[in-house]
Design a protein around this ligand. Structure first.
Ligand SMILES: *[C@@H]1O[C@H](CO)[C@@H](O)[C@H](O)[C@H]1NC(C)=O
Ligand SMILES: *[C@@H]1O[C@H](CO)[C@@H](O)[C@H](O)[C@H]1NC(C)=O
Length: 430
């Protein structure tokens, strides 16, 4: 495949990344980098049948076991700190004081005891509710109880709240999501606030007020729930690529777009596809919320989730969401500006993404300057999945990578500081 020569358009595309407009976000001091953790939904759904399926039903046992696995198997050490409950934890009824309560059969010790255990392991705990009369699965929603429920979560020492949007009027969300955020804030307990506000509005034909969403939420869902298939993963990637002009400026420390969970290690993705999801979610500055059975995940897939070099890209302190800078004939290139910034030059994480299905790797050949990297002192370049370094590459240097079908090559290009070439290697103040 002669992809060389198609790359002339790249420089202009990347240059537009420099200095995205500063967006003020929710000021609760949280999610300064994309949240990382485990979330029950994609893998475990609303299985409440603990009689026939005690190991997999939504119950406190499941969460105690996952907490143990997060710590014992190295996930916490890699940064996965939130253990997040999703729908179906609730009792069908509020208590006599109108407070939420966990299902007594499946959570006999209650959420506070679970939270205490999770905290004792060095983890944090997330919970789920819905800005409607019911949750998506039909359990009590928060309408009419916003203040009570915020206080209940604070009383239970919750660290993270996902607020879904079933059984509600999308038009009410512009008022309702900020209102619940106000009550969360009033509790005095910092809790990450994950909103489904834009996606329900988009579904109903509205244009989300992203300026308000960014101010009131730490993360927000823009698109469909992820499912256990490659088709689902690529549909998400397409959405974020196609909408990037709107979505990239929204992201930054404390406020991130949320393309939904990592499904790596489940049934639907191959090894190459799993690396692709990890790489793309990392260049997109997406939350890394794994939804997998940690008791049975294969070692190869665990290693993908725990790839420290890729996670470091995801967690880059600048919080800039990466951009799709090339897309043609099944080949995409995505670029994310990261630290260190040397003079005027960002470092970059680059993902070469091959969506072709012909059974042989495709070679992509591109110069460093075509990728938008112009630092005359060059970029120290390394592959983040394979043990391969390229040394220092200069703007005219050509980088050739062989990308497997339905796979990625991900490289990190660290801007080099050379005081003879760059007057002052410290980043220019923004
Ligand atoms: C929620 O229930 C109340 C009381 O029944 C009703 O007035 C309201 O319209 C409902 N809201 C939605 C979004 O369905
Ligand atoms: C509540 O909001 C104020 C003002 O934005 C902020 O300074 C404070 O940290 C917030 N507190 C919590 C617990 O979120």
């Amino acid at each position: 495949m002669g992809l060389t020569g198609m790359m002339g358009i790249l420089s202009a595309a990347v240059a537009a990344l420099v200095l995205p407009p500063a967006v003020l976000g929710l000021d609760n001091g949280l999610a300064l980098t994309p949240p990382m953790g485990w979330l029950a939904w994609e893998r475990f759904r609303c299985n409440t049948d603990c009689v026939n399926d005690p190991k997999n039903c939504i119950s406190e046992n499941l969460f105690y076991e996952m907490a143990d696995r997060l710590v014992a198997d190295g996930f916490l050490a890699a940064g996965y700190e939130y253990l997040n409950i999703d729908d179906c934890w609730l009792s069908r009824e509020r208590d006599a004081h109108g407070r939420l309560q966990a299902d007594p059969d499946r959570f006999p010790n209650g959420i506070k005891a679970l939270a205490d255990y999770v905290h004792s392991k060095g983890l944090k705990i997330g919970i789920y509710e819905d800005y409607g009369n019911y949750t998506c699965a039909g359990y009590p929603g928060i309408l009419g109880y916003l203040e009570t429920d915020a206080q209940t979560f604070a009383d239970w020492d919750i660290d993270y709240v996902k607020l879904d949007g079933c059984y509600s009027h999308p038009k009410d969300m512009d008022r309702g999501y900020p209102e619940f955020g106000y009550y969360l804030n009033r509790t005095g307990r910092p809790m990450v606030y994950s909103c489904s506000w834009p996606v329900y509005q988009i579904y109903s034909g509205m244009t989300p007020d992203y300026a308000s969403i960014v101010q009131h939420c730490n993360l927000w869902r823009n698109f469909d729930d992820i499912q256990d298939s490659w088709a689902s993963v690529t549909s998400v990637i397409d959405y974020y690529g196609d909408q990037q002009a709107v979505l990239i400026p929204l992201a930054g420390p404390g406020h991130f777009n949320d393309p939904d969970m990592l499904i790596i290690g489940n049934f639907g993705l191959s090894f190459e596809q799993s690396k692709a999801q990890m790489a793309l979610w990392s260049v997109m500055a997406s939350p890394l919320l794994s939804s997998v059975d940690l008791r049975t995940i294969g070692a190869d897939y665990r290693a993908i989730l725990q790839n420290r070099a890729v996670i470091a890209v995801n967690q880059d302190p600048l919080g800039i969401q990466g951009k799709r800078i090339f897309k043609d004939k099944g080949i995409e290139i995505w670029a994310r500006p990261i630290t260190p910034v040397v003079g005027d030059f960002y470092s970059y994480a680059i993902v070469f993404f091959n969506r072709r299905v012909d059974g042989t790797p495709s070679q992509v050949s591109v110069t460093i300057q075509e990728l938008g990297m112009l630092n005359p002192a060059g970029y120290k370049t390394e592959d983040l999945f394979a043990a391969r370094t390229y040394g220092v590459l200069y703007p005219p240097t050509r980088l050739k990578v062989d990308v497997n079908p339905s796979g990625v090559v991900m490289v990190r290009c660290g801007a080099v500081c050379d005081l003879e070439l760059i007057y002052n290697c410290r980043p220019r103040s923004r």
